[in-house]
Design a protein. Sequence first.
Length: 886
Amino acid sequence: MQTATATTRTTCPYCGVGCGVLATREESGAIGIKGDPLHPANFGRLCSKGSALGETVDLEGRLLQPKMFGEEAGWDEALGLVASRFSDAVRQHGPDSVAFYVSGQFLTEDYYVANKLMKGFIGSANIDTNSRLCMSSSVAGHVRAFGSDTVPGTYEDLELADLVILTGSNLAWCHPVLYQRLIAAKTERPEMKIVVIDPRRTMTADIADMHLAIRPDGDVALFLGLLGFLADSANLDHDYIERHTSGFAMAVAAARQLSIDELTRKTGLDAQQLEAFYTLFVATQKTVTCYSQGVNQSSSGTDKVNAIINCHLATGRIGKPGMGPFSLTGQPNAMGGREVGGLANMLAAHMSIASDEDKDRVARFWGAPRIASKPGLKAVDLFQAVADGRIKAIWIMATNPVVSMPDADAVKAAIKACPFVVVSDVTQTDTSRHAHVFLPSLGWGEKSGTVTNSERRISRQRSFLSIPGQARADWWQLTEVGRRMGFEAAFPYNSPDEIFAEHAALSAFENDGTRDFDIGAFAQIDGQAYDALSPVQWPQPQSGSGGAERFFGNGGFYHADRKARFIAVEAGNVERPASAFPLVLNTGRIRDQWHTMTRTGKSARLAAHIAEPFAEIHPFDAKAIGVESADLVELESPYGKVIVRASVTDRQAKGNIFVPMHWNDNFAARARIDSLVAPLVDPFSGQPALKSSAIAARKFAVAHYGFAVSLAKPESIDLPYWALAKAQGGWRVEFAGKDDADWTEWGRAKFGIPAGIEPLGYHDGQSGDYRLAFFDEGKLLAALFIARKPVAVARSWMIEQLSCDHADLSKRFSIIAGRPGDRSADRGAIVCSCFSVGLNQIVAAVRSGCGSVEAVGATTNAGTNCGSCRAEIRGIIDGCNAVAAE
Ligand SMILES: Nc1nc2c(c(=O)[nH]1)N[C@H]1C(S)=C(S)[C@@H](COP(=O)(O)OP(=O)(O)OC[C@H]3O[C@@H](n4cnc5c(=O)[nH]c(N)nc54)[C@H](O)[C@@H]3O)O[C@H]1N2
Ligand SMILES: Nc1nc2c(c(=O)[nH]1)N[C@H]1C(S)=C(S)[C@@H](COP(=O)(O)OP(=O)(O)OC[C@H]3O[C@@H](n4cnc5c(=O)[nH]c(N)nc54)[C@H](O)[C@@H]3O)O[C@H]1N2
Ligand code: SF4
Ligand SMILES: [Mo]
């Protein structure tokens, strides 16, 4: 029997829900992962990505040695070179000639050191982060309204509310544990209402009482209209408005300028829908409005945030149980990054770079010789400055901008042209390929520090794996470079707890209640207490026993007059001029991948859900370009082109196309969607509009389509379309091309088939079908299917064959047939990744009488672990019922 060794309490490194995880190193070397029942974010739950963490921590693909100019190097040399090149650039061209581009996946301690080094010692504010692409419109909106970047509420508010509005949030897939908490609350109190506002009918919309398929960027108009409606209602909180806010009259005047015609046009919703939504909002005191990237990633993102906050201020629905505007943060430490001031326009500890008093205070605290005097370059401008040669040296850490930045090909070209590029990562990425110096970082399970989740809760990430190779923590790399640049005294850190204590002390320094972020209670924390630190919500001031759980229920905003501001936003123009790029490209996430796939891409279980880059197209638009589901489409903008699989669905709105942001050059031929995205930004926050680029779509005609499974990772595939994914026991690859090949030879070369092994094959000259399988004794090495049409093969069954014995010849023939002799052995596309339950199994369960998600779960296990697939199961049940009713 296996005995478990030690269990470590830590935190999931993916989304901003910030779930507690119990990680156990089994004696076999496997890592057992469970939700931490004591963690107040998840109370034991985990989603599919969190549950699969154990499959992503192996060392396959890791880079564990520093590299200089492509050659392995020692740390001392590499750090010395980084320090001297940064110092040289500063000396010759001034502090603004260097930059850091960091990440919400940094631990707070990494972030603190990076920010201190750049803003206090190098003397520039050219440190920006992928949070610019993620949360900066929320930050700007909060600061405009509240005078501080404060998230007023807590997760519990979603459970206590009578109305939960989710706008620009695909909660079911992107914050799955919060979604599960919401579902549980709604199950208990079915009278709770959920409204989803999203141009697409997402999985989240499936649980909604009302789905508003808003026109892209119609949000400002929608919430302005709501403010106007509220102003005419009896449900304004006059007392709150009077005592705690200013600017109400101006904001309402702006709202009243919108006629109902303009409202319907700008939102794409009809008058009945608007009235139904507005009436529900007016009538429901306990309302929470959650928003995420459909709000933030827009050229009107900051105005969207303020349009939402206005409605909550007008009703006094803020900072009270079950009420408030709620920005759902994306990354595990988006909030921690904001606390340390890791954005180019912030200082530290929620102080402002625009304030001389704040700058003086931080400079004194740090003993900083040259505090940055002005805001630095925001991400899009920063890479433009790299492109035009203003930036001579850049250090990119824990982010992959060649995949995730808009106009990504230009970002790639800029990085390639930059005189000195340092990348700290755990693996080879599309970005790290272009580094002059590569520094190997510790990954999740190896590193140690703190993160802050969406509800201001600080949790420990603890290490439970030994340090692999030469990998080192990011804070250590930054500390060592700081020392080598001549700032030894200011960077004395030997461990993360020392950094955390300093960060806490700065938050309390001359604070006296003037700043929201105060964790002075930890200013003296020692290593032992830090190791034992339980999840804790800020504020935690030095005096007393912790701060209030929520902010602003009784006012107390952080503008000088302690009042909140209504912002008189304008609905703006949402019309699109006629152009050669008539479609709107919307981009975002899928359930089981995380960003650029460097970690989730390692799990076969996660890849089984969706293994290919795709474009969701409305049937009307698909017909116009002659495309059917499973065809390939070429999408083009003035910035670039991609080729992805078409998924034709009426969940999509007419005129819109949705493509996931995840795929990159390691997993597909040409699917880096950000190479199409225009680098347009919000004027206040600088956050790029990643959800509304103008594109054209056409069918990508090919002569053949292919699918293959193989034990070995295929060699680079030289076809116009391919998409590679991990599969249980091997790899799977979809491909397509314009020219026929000698498929036997091609298969041999790509899948590393040893000489002497002859394929079992089938070729139909008329249809052009090829089916080939290579066996070594009883083992399947690779199977390939090539056809003139998209290949119809039982894919999950075929993948299982990689792990089966094929000594029996008849079994080999069923591989060539592409499906099991017994049809019931084919699970179909995997829906539940925890238990690998496929579509066919769920449909069979529904047909045998399972009419609810619970019943399907009881029969098949699907949806009974993490629950991330429950919305899809419900969709399948509804689909079967609809077919039965026809
Ligand atoms: N599975 C998974 N989960 C993740 C991540 C991941 O990579 N994978 N990443 C994490 C991170 S960093 C982030 S930032 C979050 C993001 O979490 P979300 O913001 O929930 O995710 P997205 O898919 O980017 O976008 C949300 C929705 O906005 C909609 N939308 C587009 N345009 C508009 C519009 O104009 N108005 C409105 N109202 N909606 C619009 C899109 O159709 C989309 O369904 O997810 C986090 N969680
Ligand atoms: N079109 C489009 N583009 C988008 C978005 C969108 O919705 N649409 N969303 C945007 C948003 S919200 C976000 S947050 C970004 C995310 O975009 P990125 O930040 O570029 O994506 P990740 O893949 O998370 O990159 C993290 C990198 O850090 C590495 N890494 C992991 N752990 C560590 C560590 O401990 N230390 C170091 N040094 N490296 C580590 C990983 O291997 C990976 O290469 O993408 C943005 N881009
Ligand atoms: S919801 Fe999932 S991805 Fe997000 S923190 Fe929890 S387990 Fe991790
Ligand atoms: Mo994000």
